[in-house]
Design a protein around this ligand. Structure first.
Ligand code: T5A
Length: 217
C-alpha cells in the first residue's frame, strides 16, 4: 500500500515536512530551514496544517477550538479536507516550478500518529484514505523532532497559553502519540529522519542542515 504513494515529480523541487508532538520545536526549526534554502537561491513557501488556505484556516479554528469531543473519524476527515485543499491550491502548483521548496509544518504523519494511533483509527485506515489524488503525495524528506513527554509538557508550560483541543488531552493520549510517531518513523525509514530534539535548538538545526546539504537538488 505504501508503495502506491508518489513523490513530487518536478526535478529540482523539494517537499519537506516537519513532525513531532507539541513543543518539539517545529516552528523554531522551520525558520532556520527557510533562511537556509532562501540563501541557496531557492523559491520557498512555508505552510502549516491544519490551515494554509482560507478554507483550511477556518477548519483549523473549528478543530482546535472545538467545544465538542469529535468522533475520531470526523476529526480525521476535517484534517484531510484541509490537506486536500492545501495540496490542490498551494503545494502542487508551487512545486511545478523547478527550484521550489515547500516547507510544511505537519502532514500525513500527524494524522497517522494522532488519529491513527492515539485516537485508535489504525494506520491502515489513514493510509487507505491517502491513496487518491491529491492526498497520495509524500514529501521527499520529513524531519521528525523527537522529544520525551516531560520536555513537551515543560515547553508547553513555559509558553503558558491557553491549551487547545489536543493540548488538553491526558498523559495516556500523549504516550500513545509518541509511540505512534516512533512507529511511523520505522514504517518510512527512507523518508523520515528522526532527530533528537531534546538537544539545543542550534544542535537540532545542525542535524537538519547537514541532511539538507545532501538532499538539496
Ligand atoms: N493534528 C494536526 C492532528 O491531530 N492531525 C493532523 O493530521 C494534523 C495535521 C496542530 C494540532 O493539530 C493536530 C496536532 C496538533 O495538536 P499546532 O498548533 O499547529 O497544532 O502544532 P503544535 O505542535 O501544537 O505547535 P507547537 O508550537 O506547540 O510546537 P512546535 O512548533 O513544535 O514548537 P515551537 O518551535 O513553537 O517550540 C515550542 C517552545 O519550545 C522552545 C521554543 O522556544 C518554544 O518556546 N524550543 C526549545 N527549547 C529548548 N530546546 C529546543 N531544542 C527547543 N526548540 C523549541
Amino acid at each position: 500500500m505504501i508503495n502506491k504513494y508518489r513523490n513530487p515529480e518536478t526535478p529540482g523541487s523539494l517537499f519537506l515536512s516537519l513532525e513531532g508532538i507539541e513543543g518539539s520545536g517545529k516552528s523554531t526549526q522551520i525558520k532556520e530551514i527557510e533562511t537556509f534554502v532562501k540563501n541557496k537561491g531557492m523559491r520557498v513557501i512555508t505552510l502549516r496544517e491544519p490551515g494554509g488556505t482560507v478554507f483550511g484556516e477556518k477548519l483549523r479554528e473549528a478543530i482546535l477550538h472545538s467545544q465538542t469531543a469529535l468522533h475520531p473519524l470526523a476529526e480525521c476527515h476535517l484534517f484531510l479536507a484541509s490537506r486536500a485543499q492545501l495540496l490542490n491550491e498551494k503545494i502542487l502548483p508551487f512545486l511545478l516550478e523547478p527550484g521550489s521548496v515547500v516547507i510544511l509544518d505537519r502532514y500525513i504523519d500527524s494524522t497517522l500518529a494522532y488519529q491513527g494511533k492515539a485516537r485508535g483509527l489504525g494506520y491502515d485506515t489513514i493510509l487507505t484514505l491517502h491513496q487518491h489524488d491529491p492526498l497520495n503525495l509524500l514529501p521527499h524528506r520529513t524531519y521528525f523532532l523527537d522529544i520525551g513527554l516531560k520536555t513537551s509538557m515543560d515547553r508547553q508550560n513555559t509558553r503558558g497559553n491557553k491549551k487547545d483541543y489536543f493540548e488538553s488531552q491526558k498523559q495516556e493520549f500523549y504516550q500513545k502519540l509518541l509511540d505512534g510517531y516512533r512507529e511511523v518513523a520505522g514504517m518510512f525509514p527512507q523518508r523520515i529522519l528522526k532527530i533528537d530534539a531534546e538537544k539545543s535548538p542550534v544542535e537540532v538545526t545542525k542535524s537538519i542542515i547537514s541532511d539538507l546539504e545532501k538532499i538539496l537538488p
